[in-house]
Design a protein around this ligand. Structure first.
Ligand code: IMP
Ligand code: MG
Length: 179
């Protein structure tokens, strides 16, 4: 059974809910009259983004981008490829880029450069989780939900080989699942 694959829970559904509401309140305050364009990086961010946007109490638009860099493994291949581009013009917009987790930082620094080249008014990064121990590029998120340990985690949108995104909490898998 799905839940039997989890060794331990890092962030419970309740903890996630509380923290996501706090981030939503911060973003509401900071972007109140800025009509932000919220861009989610698929697929990992979609659960977080769905909850976050419902706690943003002001006008906003949403868009998605999709990139691939991981294949089915647990570490980045280092090469980022855009597999779904933006549907909106970002020029002059206040962008909030939403990621599930900031790991090596390669994906987000690539996307930040890519979007910056299209001349937005501003670009801010909001990541639910940050694994600073593994950073390989110089990128500092503007909003972070939780700092997390250097372990491969799943749930609440995060996958291992496309599975476990539907878990309502974030946890670490039993070692035998990875082998
Ligand atoms: P980065 O380019 O190394 O920062 O990669 C970030 C992306 O890698 C995230 O959007 C996730 O899709 C994936 N990723 C990084 N760490 C984990 C993890 O612990 N569990 C699941 N996915 C992860
Ligand atoms: Mg992934």
């Amino acid at each position: 059974m799905l839940e039997n694959d989890i060794e331990r829970i890092f962030f419970s559904a309740e903890q996630l809910q509380v923290r996501v509401c706090e981030l939503g309140a911060e973003l509401t305050h900071d972007f109140y009259d800025k009509n932000p364009l919220i861009i989610g990086v698929l697929k990992g961010s979609f659960v977080f983004m769905a909850d976050l946007m419902r706690s943003i109490k002001t006008y906003c638009d949403i868009d998605f981008m999709s990139v691939s860099s991981y294949g089915n493994g647990t570490t980045t291949t280092g090469a980022v490829k855009i597999t779904k581009d933006l549907s909106y013009d970002v020029q002059g917009r206040n962008i909030i880029l939403i990621e599930d987790i900031l790991d090596s930082g390669i994906t987000l620094s690539y996307l930040k450069n890519y979007i910056s080249a299209r001349e937005p008014e501003s670009i801010s990064i909001c990541a639910l989780l940050d694994k600073p121990a593994r950073r390989r590029s110089q990128i500092v998120p503007d909003y972070v939900g939780f700092i997390c340990p250097d372990e491969f985690i799943v749930g609440y949108g995060l996958d291992y080989a496309e599975r476990y995104r539907n878990l309502p909490y974030i946890g670490v898998l039993k070692p035998e699942i990875y082998t």
